[in-house]
Design a protein around this ligand. Structure first.
Ligand code: GUN
Length: 296
């Protein structure tokens, strides 16, 4: 079997067009636009690329983008003071602090200082708790993007065997919660899991979020499974820099029913969902109906 390719790039473009249309309509009705503040501390090269892409996408959707680039030596108190100002700013509906933060800063304390209603990353403990208890939450962007791709491909996820590889707060844990909420039977595997291959082979839905290049190979995948590759790993192949996922594309595509490529799979969905979350935060802050199909 040769797997169908799940085209996240095209799907994400559609979401971005939809978000932009809502922003234009709401702008005409309210005279205001959703605003997203992105905070970057230090000069991590990968984070700089992500922050630039987020800014460009925000502006393209017709939203206001507020970028705050702080030096690596920024203190916890200075960062918390900025978060306080953004929490109080009525033009800011979404706040994102790019991770990882420099080691001297306490990321948990910073994230939990964000107004949960403006927490478009869905990392605040209130949003984590709301998601886990099935209440209305801000949902982390990457898992939300994966969920949208899965629902689009499979329709109902009820009763499906889902295996999430990776237990990070950013992807693995919220992904498991979302799959559970859609009534999948969910297993979370990780670096200490015994016989990972056997666990993976149970999966109708396999989500790989481990950060290890091409670790999931064809013999670990059930025939016909839907495989979502969250990994973005920079490697050198034949003397050239390349981006590869956590999934060995060639061997898995020969077995799976459907697979996301890297690049062009989950990556573009993350930014699209950030815009969707910012729009959702704007609507909630004003008591407006939330656009359909853009939240979990
Ligand atoms: N670093 C890597 N992924 C993310 C993300 O989704 N949000 C934030 N804030 N930082 C990240």
């Amino acid at each position: 079997m040769t797997a169908g390719i799940i085209d996240g790039k095209t799907f994400a473009a559609r979401i971005r067009t939809e978000v932009a249309a809502h922003v234009a309509r709401l702008g005409a009705a309210t005279g205001t636009a959703p605003g997203l503040a992105v905070v970057l501390v230090g000069e991590d090269p990968a984070s700089q690329v992500y922050v630039r892409s987020k800014h460009a996408a925000t502006v393209e959707a017709g939203m206001a983008s507020f970028e705050h680039r702080l030096p690596a030596a920024t203190t916890q108190a200075e960062l918390l003071a900025l978060i306080g100002r953004l929490n109080a700013d009525p033009a800011v509906h979404g706040i994102l602090v790019q991770l990882p933060l420099p080691a001297h800063l306490n990321a948990d304390a910073v994230i939990n200082a964000i107004d949960p209603a403006k927490d478009v990353d869905g990392f605040h403990i209130s949003n984590v708790g709301l998601l886990a208890t099935g209440q209305k939450a801000m949902v982390p962007c990457t898992p939300l993007g994966c969920l949208m791709l899965l629902r689009d491909r499979l329709g109902s996820l009820a009763g499906a065997e889902a295996v999430v590889i990776g237990r990070s707060n950013i992807v693995g844990k919220p992904m498991a919660q979302l799959l559970l909420r859609d009534s999948a039977t969910v297993t979370v595997a990780h670096s200490r899991t015994r016989d990972l291959a056997a666990v993976c082979r149970r999966a109708d839905i396999l989500v790989a979020a481990v950060g290890r290049p091409e670790m999931i190979t064809g013999e670990m995948v059930k025939a016909g499974a839907t495989v979502i590759d969250v990994g973005i790993n920079r490697v050198e192949r034949d003397g050239k820099a390349r981006l590869v996922g956590d999934v060995d594309f060639a061997s898995v595509a020969a077995v799976a029913g459907a697979i996301t490529p890297v690049p062009g799979g989950v990556g573009p969905m993350t930014i699209a969902c950030l815009l969707a979350n910012t729009l959702t935060a704007f609507c909630r802050s004003r008591g407006l109906p939330e656009p359909e199909g853009l939240t979990a």
